[in-house]
Design a binder for this molecule. Structure first.
Ligand SMILES: Cc1ncc(COP(=O)(O)O)c(C=O)c1O
Length: 422
């Protein structure tokens, strides 16, 4: 294939898959530009965590401690082994054992350069062209995280299931796994779900989680759960659900949503052979991980400061934000428009469904961007499908982590634009 920018250079098939435009690239470009070059843009788009003073104070204190005791020199100077700093892996395993009751040792812990890259490596470790056959990752509950959509290195490597949509209250819906639609054949290499789900804030019910696990176990395939916003930290799950890791499962835990996206560090909890394979892949693609996040968090894992930060500060912060954003939007949209929000069970987003939206959500995104409000149109969160699905074209994802006056202005402009359409 020919690269359009440099007609003499041709990109490989994988080069085209990864080097072309994508939803996640558009989101990150928009988000980064809004937070650096265009401060007048109201950023209700990306998954940026909020600036929470208590969390920021803690990170500053840790960095001051490392400067004072000279620990910073070692952190900046050394390459770690590709699976992560052994002391950090030990501390993380101890923390997960103590806090969550998971039977893990450091052999079950892989430090990765981010959850984003951990998922990329996992999906391509487990699925794709395999001994002459195509093996696939199944996403059992759409809508699902935009960041996975372009991570497959092979055509047809992802497949997904449409949800059951239930009305849970006036102007409120919830997505459920449709087990009648969920068919596991021998081509399925793994199932993957984010919980709480980005973009909807959905949290699997205990029954859904157990059933997915049982189906995966019967088939001999792993259930991958991406806990970027959830258990054990930052713990932004409002109904108390705490999924339990067991052998055969793969859990991904991010350091970003506690307020450290800048350190680019995450952790995968898995059986030892998966951990070893990921660490080997990490050596090839990244040599090793950034050390800073591990160094900041290490003592905070040991004395439970991190878990308390989630429980006592971060989760209540987002609960308040979420309730406030919902009440602003409810007032601004009024009763004459057929709208519904997904039940607010976790994460940092409002997922808004405008039933019968007269234009595609992608066009609404363009109109709002022209009015200096960033949102994410819903169609990016539907992938792996063979049939067309109109529903996400009537949905948008809105983030409420930016300062409240920005969120308020943004929500009012969004509601005004939608009211105009009806
Ligand atoms: C569900 C989900 N997984 C993974 C990521 C990426 O996290 P990280 O910053 O660790 O790469 C995000 C970021 O928004 C996310 O929402």
């Amino acid at each position: 294939m020919i690269c359009h920018l440099y007609p003499m250079i041709s990109f490989s098939d994988i080069g085209h898959r990864l080097g072309g435009p994508s939803g996640i690239q558009e989101l990150m470009d928009d988000c980064g530009a809004a937070l650096t070059m265009h401060p007048d843009m109201r950023m209700l788009g990306g998954g940026q965590p909020a600036a929470i003073p208590q969390a920021q104070k803690l990170w500053r204190q840790r960095i001051a401690d490392m400067l004072a005791d000279g620990g910073i020199d070692k952190v900046l100077l050394n390459y770690d082994p590709p699976g992560g700093n052994p002391l950090f892996r030990e501390a993380m395993a101890g923390f997960l054992h103590r806090e969550c009751g998971w039977e893990v040792t450091r052999e079950n812990i892989a430090v990765m350069p981010s959850s984003q890259s951990a998922c990329f490596l996992l999906y391509n470790l487990l699925a794709g062209d395999t001994a002459g056959k195509k093996r696939r990752v199944l996403f059992p509950l759409l809508p699902e995280y935009i960041g996975y959509a372009n991570q497959a290195l092979c055509e047809g490597q992802f497949t997904a299931c449409l949800p059951n949509i239930t009305d849970t209250a006036p102007h409120e819906i919830k997505y459920h796994v449709d087990f009648d639609r969920l068919k596991l054949d021998s081509s399925i290499a793994a199932m993957a779900v984010s919980c709480p789900t980005n973009p909807t804030g959905n949290v699997l019910t205990a029954n859904e989680f157990e059933t997915l696990h049982a189906l995966g176990k019967a088939q001999g395939i792993p259930l991958i759960v991406d806990h970027a916003y959830g258990h054990p930290f930052p713990g932004v799950i409002h109904n108390g659900f705490q999924p339990h890791w067991q052998p055969g499962m793969i859990f991904s835990i991010s350091m970003s949503k506690v307020g450290l996206p800048g350190v680019r560090n995450s952790v995968v909890v898995a059986d030892a052979p998966i951990v070893k394979a990921l660490s080997n892949m990490n050596a090839i693609t990244a040599l090793s991980n950034g050390n800073l996040g591990q160094a900041i968090l290490l003592p905070l894992l040991a004395d439970d400061t991190l878990i308390r930060l989630g429980r006592e500060t971060i989760r209540p912060f987002y609960r308040d934000r979420s309730d406030h954003a919902k009440s602003l939007l409810t007032a601004a949209l009024g009763e004459n428009i057929p709208w519904a929000l997904h039940a607010q069970e976790g994460a940092f987003f409002l997922w808004l469904w405008i039933k019968g939206l007269p234009i595609p959500a992608a066009e609404l995104y363009r109109r709002l961007k022209a009015r200096k409000v960033l949102i994410i149109p819903g169609h990016y969160f539907a992938f792996g499908l063979e049939q067309t699905w109109q529903h996400p074209n009537e949905c948008v994802r809105l983030t409420y982590s930016q300062p409240m006056h920005i969120v308020q202005e943004g929500l009012e402009i969004i509601a005004e634009e939608i009211r105009r359409l009806f």
